[in-house]
Ligand binder design. Structure first.
Ligand code: ADP
Ligand code: NAG
Ligand code: NAG
Ligand code: NAG
Ligand code: NAG
Ligand code: NAG
Ligand code: NAG
Length: 668
């Protein structure tokens, strides 16, 4: 009884001097911090703050007596703490946390990463370190024989653990071993106990909601007396590697010669929200949704781009590169014409549809002609001509601004002619008609434009499709010849099986239909038909009942034959006309329609006749006897008609009926 009392007195006396502290959070706690360690405003001890390759230390600021004398034995001690390791990735983390008993407050010369802020390559394992540590390591460092990347180890003077094992705990009532993931971000509790009597170290780990397991996770029978000096410092060390990781200690309790006081979990500071459950929710729900929508976005973006690319795809070959300025982007034309809207359609001719547009860059009004064209043959020559013609500017030619090529399609870009094509002023009871001086001006203008194509340019350009509907009127009612040379595209490489249009019936010279060859003379023939058209206000061929076509040339010729050529003029002209001019024009029309090419004047002569520079020769002197013309003309025409009648049926009621190359090439 007495001994018991004495023993009790002794123990309580020692207890009175023995150090003991408990921190349920570290708000306003006096700790010795270094490295990146710090205490957050809400009291978390944050050893590393989301950094890489860094370390932090936190020590109880005062020295702690572990022995009563330098040669004495180490007292029993007990410590427990709650920690959490949070990293940017769920499965990866940077190194770990160490509970450490060391001779100094800092650990001078210590390195981060695998050295855990405890040692360096020089002093690791050296007995002069006098360090006892318990490591919670999340990286397997092979150099220190780490067993895995989630282990708890007891370290004496170095990082080669004296004993180590996988993190986890032995659940009560034979619940078996439960694994714990140190870097899970969840707070966990650790107990480090040293039994000074039995010289035994034991380390226990558990989730915070679990009572201290009876069986320790790890133990080591070792007398710490040679390891620890009389006075030591206790604290924590942490280090990060290549992953941003934060190491937290939430609470800490220590007692020399006794059981450390329990940590009050409810008083512990809260961990930041970023990690843990919130993050995993974000990962399990947010990330899949995000990635699915991202994939959808990328796919739809791709489809959009491919479709767009296809939509605006064009053909561009090497030989075209020199035509850069004349080359339009399909996209530009697409935008200009509002996507080739029907509303923008100006008309449709033999070669394709013509759309009105406004160039987005320059705001210039344009007319875009879409010509479908499968064959590559002749394209190069044609484009070369288009471009060279595009370079020439003449008052009586529709300015050709450039072109664009797509698969099976050619787009020609012209200046917009605000008054449209001439034909609509001439026949079918026109709403607006032209007076004689306007008509005469138009005829002279077209003659001048055609003359320019034939002779004013370094190469002879044959128009091939002179007719009223190809004469456009600009804002000042200047006649401008359009479509030049386009027929040529179809002259080249014509496929006898396909129907191509080369020139227009009623304007085709007889020798042209026979040989299929266009010459300046065939242009003059078409010009003749055009001139008669303008003067008479009639189409070259008009239907007047079945088998009763009016052939304009024959009709005018019959007037001439009767000596009353002026009667052939358009009755819409009323009385305001200059008789000499009308007569000149009608006679010129007949002359140009001569079935014998050599008898037709050249465009140079035509211009001279029209300007009055030279007098028109007498038609009768040119062999235009009544039989001569009629016969000659009909010979050619019947030829033509015969070859057509099978395919076109009876009568060519509209002048817009076009000749087909199949027949032309057959004639070649
Ligand atoms: N540069 C332009 N400016 C305004 N209108 C045009 C232009 N080019 C063509 N058009 C219109 O488009 C219609 C069809 O043109 P086009 O294909 O040349 O006819 P065609 O082949 O019958 O001669 C013309 O009747 C004209 O009204
Ligand atoms: C913290 O502890 C150290 C060492 O004992 C002492 O020097 C310092 O004054 C203390 N600081 C506070 C704020 O108590
Ligand atoms: C971590 O702490 C250091 C030192 O206090 C500071 O310079 C750094 O900005 C902090 N980093 C983060 C991510 O908080
Ligand atoms: C401590 O031990 C050493 C050798 O182990 C001895 O030399 C020394 O005298 C001892 N000191 C005391 C105070 O016992
Ligand atoms: C241990 O450290 C001491 C002092 O720093 C040094 O003299 C000694 O050589 C080291 N021993 C080994 C094995 O490195
Ligand atoms: C290491 O700890 C385990 C678990 O406590 C124990 O069974 C084992 O004997 C220990 N090993 C050593 C070498 O002490
Ligand atoms: C620890 O004790 C050893 C001898 O027991 C001594 O050589 C060493 O200097 C001491 N270290 C410190 C930091 O006091």
């Amino acid at each position: 009884m007495f001994f018991k009392l004495v023993a009790f007195l002794l123990v309580s006396l020692a207890a009175a001097e023995d150090l003991s502290f408990t921190y349920n959070g570290f708000q306003s706690v006096n700790l010795s911090l270094d490295g990146v360690a710090g205490v957050t405003p809400n009291g978390l001890l944050r050893l590393t703050n989301d950094t890489r390759q860094d370390q932090g230390h936190a020590f109880y600021p005062n020295p702690v007596n572990f022995k009563s004398s330098p040669n004495g034995t180490v007292f029993s001690f007990s410590s427990t703490f709650v920690f959490a390791i949070r990293s940017e990735y769920a499965d990866l983390s940077g190194h770990g946390i160490v509970f450490v008993v060391a001779p100094t407050r800092g650990l001078p010369g210590a390195l981060p990463s695998q050295y855990l802020g405890l040692f360096n390559e020089g002093n690791n394992g050296n007995a002069t370190n006098h360090v006892f540590a318990v490591e919670l390591d999340t990286i397997q460092s092979k150099e220190f024989n780490d067993i895995n990347d989630n282990h708890v180890g007891i370290d004496i003077n170095g990082l080669h653990s004296a004993n180590s094992t996988t993190a986890g705990y032995y659940a009560q009532n034979n619940g078996g071993f439960q694994n714990l993931k140190l870097s899970s971000g969840q707070p966990m509790q650790v107990w480090v106990d040293y039994d000074g009597t039995n010289k035994q170290i034991s380390v226990t780990l558990a989730p915070i909601k679990v009572e201290k397991p009876q069986a320790p996770l790890l133990s080591l029978n070792l007398d710490l007396s040679p390891i620890l000096n009389e006075t030591m410092y206790v604290g924590f060390s942490s280090s990060t590697g290549s992953i941003f990781t934060s190491h937290y200690v939430l609470g800490w309790s220590f007692k020399m010669n006794g059981q450390a006081q329990e940590i009050v979990m409810s008083k512990l500071p809260k961990l930041p929200r970023m990690g843990g459950k919130k993050r995993s929710k974000l990962l399990t729900i947010g990330v899949p949704i995000l990635s699915v929508s991202l994939v959808l976005l990328v796919v739809s973006g791709l489809i959009y781009f491919i479709r767009r690319k296809r939509k605006f795809a064009e053909l561009l070959e090497d030989w075209e590169l020199e035509y850069g300025p004349q080359r339009f982007k399909y996209k530009e034309l697409y935008i200009a014409t509002k996507g080739f809207k029907e509303k923008e359609l100006l008309g449709a001719g033999g070669f394709g549809k013509v759309y009105r547009g406004i160039l987005p860059s320059s705001k210039i009004e344009i007319a875009v002609k879409r010509v479908s064209h499968e064959s590559r043959q002749g394209m190069k020559e044609f484009i070369a001509e288009v471009v060279s013609i595009g370079r020439l500017r003449h008052r009586n030619l529709v300015p050709l601004l450039g072109y664009c090529r797509r698969k099976g399609e050619l787009l020609l870009v012209y200046d917009y002619m605000s008054n449209g094509s001439l034909d609509k002023y001439l026949y079918d009871q026109p709403v607006v008609t032209l007076n004689w001086s306007q008509r005469f001006r138009v005829i002279r203008g077209v003659a001048s434009g055609l003359f320019y194509l034939h002779e004013g340019w370094e190469q002879v350009v044959i128009h091939r499709d002179v007719k009223a509907s190809n004469v456009l009127l600009d804002a000042e009612l200047n006649a401008r010849l359009g479509d030049f040379g386009l027929a040529r595209l179809y002259d080249h490489g014509t496929d006898p099986q396909t129907t191509h249009i080369v020139g227009t019936l009623g304007y085709l010279a007889p020798e042209h239909t026979r040989s299929g060859r266009a010459t300046t003379s065939t242009d003059v023939f078409a010009f003749g038909a055009f001139v008669l058209e303008v003067a008479c206000g009639r189409r070259p061929i008009e239907a007047h009942g079945p088998d009763q076509d009016l052939i304009l040339v024959d009709w005018v010729f019959s007037f001439w034959n009767r000596g009353a050529i002026l009667e052939a003029r358009d009755q819409n002209l009323s009385s305001e006309f200059v008789a000499e001019e009308v007569e000149l024009v009608l006679k010129l029309g007949l002359l140009c329609s001569h079935s014998e090419p050599t008898a037709r004047p050249s465009m140079r002569q035509v211009v001279q006749y029209l300007e009055g520079d030279i007098a028109l020769p007498e038609l009768s002197l040119l062999g235009l006897s009544s039989n001569g013309l009629t016969f000659a003309h009909h010979e050619g025409f019947d030829d033509f008609a015969m070859s057509y009648s099978s395919s076109l049926g009876k009568g060519f009621s509209h002048s817009s009926y076009a000749a087909e190359s199949t027949l032309l090439s057959g004639g070649r």
